[in-house]
Design a protein around this ligand. Structure first.
Ligand code: ADP
Ligand code: ASP
Ligand code: MG
Length: 619
């Protein structure tokens, strides 16, 4: 048998539910189908409950949108009129219950965790009811009856002993198609509705696959597989064919949203492989996750990059820590007692500080409990107050092939250095499957792009160009880029991405709905004056990886910016002769700055539009 899990987008519309039907009905062996709530419904249920609890009557409008969304889907997926009316009736009765709960929350202005968990459970209860009526001969089950949880540090943890036994009983004998709502569960102690955390339907499917010894766990989602990085951040990310459980676990723990992190452990334990597949492109081979480590010739040495954008670094520091046994024990014991999870630790061998990463939301409590724990040492001056630095991000590069391969850390930190990003803390375990580091949040996108660009052979390399001066030279350059772009992409694997343009008056960036054409039209209009200084600030603020400043002006105020731009890791290409043509020593100085920063300064000048002088001199 196999277990298939379909996520929110896979059951989010009429067409996607019909694809699910096609996929499931084509399978011959018995299957358990786990479904999420319709895409976006969980968020909406939570937002509506918060509105109601604040006495905002607008919750009624949100609730009626929830009703319409479900009724529209039923209308589109169940062609048989009698059956449709029956399903509408059953769904409306659940929605009536939900409406009453919202009303109660609205009237008493109170939303307890228990009520919130009850409200959010309707998403999966309704979606599973609908889908069970779409797939031929599907039998609907209620996962609250067999996924049991116990409470630990305010979180609901699966009670595996009870759960496994109940699953075995429930699915014996195993129907051809079983339909199970994901995410929801109930408390072992009092039977109240609980859930497995956001994204938890993956976990429901994994628990079922493990308890019933499935051949495979298939996670059907809206991308072609597990990708080298989050495709919403890295446009050139691509699908990874194979991952080991360890690699998948490392990537998920560090924020790759495609699988909910606890999902992997149960199946890993029983050696049940996972496949990640696309409901919207079922023919794609997807990603296969198993125990076997496959050496893939010619493939990148790291498998993927992921990140947690919500990071706070906490540092416990003091000379009183050096050589004292048990300080780390006390730190982590104190954090554990308060239910604070630590996802990265770094300690220098000098032992006078220990730094670790927690979520921003846990930071204040962590500081408070650690300051209490070390109150005596702080009073004696042996230790300092605990320090928290917020608004950071953690990035991890992962791959089992990194083991015993020299140079990976060097390449990683070299890449970050060239992008002008400084690393605040880093950690690598002796398993050598993961190198993690913490940077300022504002550099996250740039860091991910730079690392992806440096470690993975994408189909193309992106250069982000800012073009100063759109007169004859700049205008012709833009036209050439436009004409040659397809060829450059195909033959040279190069994508020239123009991110902004300027003339002597203004600088405009292609964001907030501006495209190149309206940018240039806009520039021609008279706008407010913009100084080169302003231009420089704007470019530095862009904070883009692989950025190149192309100077097509003849303006010395613009060429005066080169040094600063290069020092901020922006490459400079100049048709402007002022900086380099008039002074060879200045040219050499700029070249040196660029070399030092790991970027490029490219300039050429010629005689009578013919002989290239600088190349000739260098040669
Ligand atoms: P589902 O609703 O099917 O559970 P999710 O939204 O939870 O889907 O997860 C799929 C999404 O995860 C993708 O649409 C993608 O935007 C995001 N994602 C983040 N990192 C990765 C990655 N490394 N590979 C693939 N998808 C990723
Ligand atoms: N519907 C839940 C959520 O959005 C669970 C899931 O989709 O996996 O978090
Ligand atoms: Mg998910």
């Amino acid at each position: 048998m196999k277990v298939l899990k379909f996520g929110g987008t896979s059951v989010g519309s009429v067409n996607s539910i019909l694809s699910v039907k096609k996929i499931v009905e084509a399978i011959e062996e018995p299957v358990i189908v786990v479904v999420s709530a319709l895409g976006g419904i969980t968020d909406k249920l939570l937002a509506t409950s918060v509105m109601a609890s604040k006495g905002d009557v607008g919750y009624e409008r949100e609730f009626s949108e929830i009703i319409t969304r479900h009724l529209d889907v039923i209308e589109g997926v169940i062609p048989d009129k009698m059956q449709r009316i029956e399903v509408q009736k059953r769904v409306m009765s659940l929605l009536d219950e939900l409406g009453n709960i919202f009303k109660g929350v609205y009237l008493i202005n109170d939303l307890s965790a228990k009520t919130s968990d009850t409200i959010v459970s309707y998403g999966e209860r309704i979606s599973s009811l609908i889908v069970s009526n779409v797939i031929e001969d599907a039998r609907l089950f209620d996962s609250r009856k067999f996924i049991k949880t116990i409470k630990q540090f305010n979180k609901h943890i699966v009670d595996f002993e009870q759960t496994n036994q109940l699953i075995k009983e429930t699915f014996n004998p195993l129907p051809k198609v079983s339909l199970v709502p994901g995410f929801i569960s109930s408390s072992t102690e009092n039977g109240e509705v609980t859930n497995l955390g956001r994204g938890g339907s993956d976990y429901t499917a994994s628990i079922l696959a493990t308890a019933l010894d499935a051949n495979v766990l298939e996670i059907w989602t809206d991308v072609d597989g597990f990708m080298t990085a989050d495709p919403r951040v890295i446009s050139s990310a691509y699908v990874i064919d194979r991952l080991t459980f360890t690699e998948a676990m490392e990537l998920c723990n560090f924020g790759a949203k495609v699988i909910y992190p606890p999902t992997i452990y149960p199946v890993y334990h029983k050696n049940i492989p996972i496949r990640i597949l696309n409901t919207f492109n079922p023919e794609a081979p997807g990603t296969y996750i198993s125990k076997e480590k496959v050496k893939e010739e010619g493939k990148a040495i790291i498998k993927g990059i992921s990140s947690i954008n919500d990071t706070c670094l906490i540092t416990v520091q003091g000379l009183g820590m050096v050589g004292v046994i048990g300080v780390n024990y006390r730190i982590f014991k104190t954090l554990a007692k308060s239910g604070i999870s630590v996802f990265m630790v770094s300690q220098a061998s000098s032992e006078n500080n220990t730094t670790f990463a927690v979520r921003n939301a846990d930071a204040d409590l962590a500081v408070q409990v650690l300051d209490e724990e070390f109150a005596l040492e702080r009073a004696q001056g042996d230790m300092n107050d605990t320090v928290a630095e917020k608004d950071l991000a953690t990035v991890a590069i992962v791959g089992e092939n990194m083991k015993r391969t020299p140079g990976i850390a060097g390449k990683l930190f070299g890449t970050l250095g060239s992008a002008g990003i400084s690393v605040i803390a880093c950690a690598q375990g002796a398993s050598e499957t993961n190198i993690s580091f913490v940077i300022k949040f504002k550099y996250l996108r740039k860091a991910l792009n730079s690392i992806h660009d440096s470690f993975f052979l994408s189909q193309y390399k992106v250069l982000n160009l800012f073009i100063a001066g759109v007169g004859t030279v700049g205008g012709n350059l833009l036209e050439q880029i436009r004409i040659q772009q397809p060829k450059l992409m195909q033959q040279n694997g190069l994508k020239l991405n123009v991110v902004g343009v300027s003339n002597s008056k203004r600088a405009l960036f292609l964001r907030e709905g501006l495209n190149l054409e309206n940018c240039i039209d806009e520039l021609k209009k008279n706008g407010e004056e913009s100084s080169p200084e302003h231009l420089k600030e704007e470019i530095l603020k862009m904070n883009i990886f692989n950025s190149v400043f192309v100077d097509c002006t003849a303006n010395s105020a613009v060429s005066d910016l080169y040094e600063t731009l290069l020092n901020n890791n922006v490459s400079v290409v100049a048709a402007n002769k002022v900086a380099a043509s008039s002074s060879y020593s200045n040219y050499i100085k700029l070249k040196e700055t660029a070399r030092h920063r790991g970027v490029k300064f490219l300039f050429e000048t010629n005689v009578g539009a013919g002989l290239p002088i600088i190349n000739t001199m260098n040669d």
